[in-house]
Design a protein around this ligand. Structure first.
Ligand code: SF4
Ligand code: SF4
Length: 428
């Protein structure tokens, strides 16, 4: 694709990167067929190629974002299916990041939308505020009918039951069972410990049982994905710096073999810290180091080798591969292999490459498209007649779980149960 950035603008490293990305695109359109929003809407402007053109025109002209550009970029799920499909290696993710930053800086959204985005960016990354908001949401349910659209949707999403905070998520070190094989830091996350504290608990049991010393580092928190996808560049860098500092401290305090995550959506952010902080002389090297040592829990368990099951399993488990897992991290088979090793009968749904519609805050900001994708995903999953549905990302677990009666659990809960842990609550 030809570009027309001036030399002066190309001196900006972000614009230089945009230019390089755009020049890789040969506008073949292969990516359109696997883009969920194009599949639903059939509009070229809701396809990756269409969004690439919109971003190109906006960034080349350096004009303020228009309502049309904002509408179509906002509809993008950041599922990155287009990156898996693209034969030319176009880094759509880094391009849309720059488009979102430009939108955030130049476009004035209507007041209710600004309020909703501020609310999400403030509340979700903070477990205390998020917990309070869910309690508030539960109390506010009877008044949901009086609330404006998206706030109403948010209140409806508050779970009927909320577990107490888990002691696992506090800064501490869990000793390995038997000889120590690895020392790893675990990202406990922000929304996950509030919505499903049993996932981190199962992860710690599973990893210590497999010979890992598990560090919950002081100062580590939200990965920054929520604010990053809203174009809040400085907020996402601040989250990245806090985590890099926390895990660098853990490295200095006893060494680390890996930083482990159990939410693939967060993992994509961790893997990108090196890129996010690349122009920051103080943080670029430590951030790149943390990105290089970050691993999904399934990758680590494949390295360690799963212990033999201690209970009779055999249930039919349909595995939902999160977009962040398959398109963001390029991990497609690890969790299914582990579940099969643990004795489960693993099934796969049709249209596995398509997003479930969760996508961070997308389900709140784009509720109509999000629900259409969820219903389609649930139909495909249920068609496999599973006894259990498993996934490795909290967003998908909550979103899909709201549309099916089939129990939904995180992969680590099943692996923990199979190798000596308690049976997951969700499967009774
Ligand atoms: S598949 Fe890749 S090269 Fe082709 S239009 Fe899409 S982004 Fe451009
Ligand atoms: S990230 Fe997903 S929704 Fe966005 S353009 Fe690519 S395929 Fe479409």
């Amino acid at each position: 694709m030809q570009t027309r950035f001036s030399q002066a603008r190309l001196a900006d490293p972000n614009i230089k990167e945009v230019n390089d990305i755009l020049r890789n695109c040969v506008h073949c359109g292969f990516c359109t067929a696997t883009c969920p929003t194009y599949v639903l809407l059939g509009d070229e402007l809701d396809s990756p190629r269409g969004r690439i053109y919109l971003a190109k025109n906006m960034l080349e002209s350096d004009n303020p974002a228009t309502a049309q550009v904002v509408k179509h970029i906002d509809r993008c799920l950041t599922c990155l299916s287009c990156m898996t499909t693209c034969p030319s290696g176009v880094h759509y993710a880094h391009l849309v990041d720059q488009a979102r930053v430009h939108i955030e800086k130049t476009y004035v959204r209507p007041l209710p939308e600004r309020f909703m985005r501020w609310l999400l960016a403030t509340v979700v990354p903070n477990p205390t505020l998020f917990r309070l908001s869910l309690i508030g949401g539960r109390l506010g349910r009877p008044f949901a009918g009086l609330m404006p659209g998206r706030l109403k949707g948010m209140v409806a999403m508050a779970p009927a039951k909320l577990s107490a905070p888990s002691s696992v998520d506090k800064p501490q070190v869990f000793t390995a069972q038997g000889p120590r094989r690895k020392r790893v830091a675990l990202l406990t996350g922000c929304a996950q410990p509030v919505l499903r504290p049993e996932i981190n608990e199962a992860t710690v049991r599973l990893l210590t049982r497999h010979g890992c010393e598990v560090v919950i580092a002081e100062g580590a928190g939200c990965c920054g994905a929520i604010v990053h996808h809203m174009g809040r560049e400085e907020d996402s860098r601040a989250a990245a710096r806090a985590n890099v500092a926390a895990w660098t401290g853990a490295i200095d305090g006893g060494g680390l073999d890996a930083v482990v995550f159990n939410a693939s959506g967060c993992g994509v952010s961790l893997k990108d810290y090196g890129h996010l902080l690349r122009n920051d002389p103080e943080w670029a090297a430590p951030a790149a180091r943390i990105s290089a040592m970050s691993k999904d829990v399934s990758e680590l368990l494949i390295d360690l080798g799963l212990k033999k099951p201690t209970v009779a399993t055999g249930q039919a488990v349909t595995y939902h591969t999160a977009c962040s897992m398959q398109h963001g991290l390029g991990l497609r088979g690890q969790s299914k292999l582990l579940l099969a090793d643990a004795g489960f009968e693993v099934r796969e749904p049709a249209e596995g490459h398509l997003c479930c519609g969760s996508a961070g805050t997308y389900s709140i900001l784009q509720p109509e498209l999000s629900m259409r994708l969820r219903d389609r995903k649930v139909a495909n999953l249920e068609a496999t007649e599973p006894e259990i549905i498993a996934a490795g990302n909290i967003g998908c677990l909550t979103h899909i779980g709201g549309g099916t009666r089939v129990p939904m659990v995180h992969t680590v809960e099943l692996l923990d149960w199979a190798t000596g842990g308690p049976k997951p609550q969700a499967i009774g």
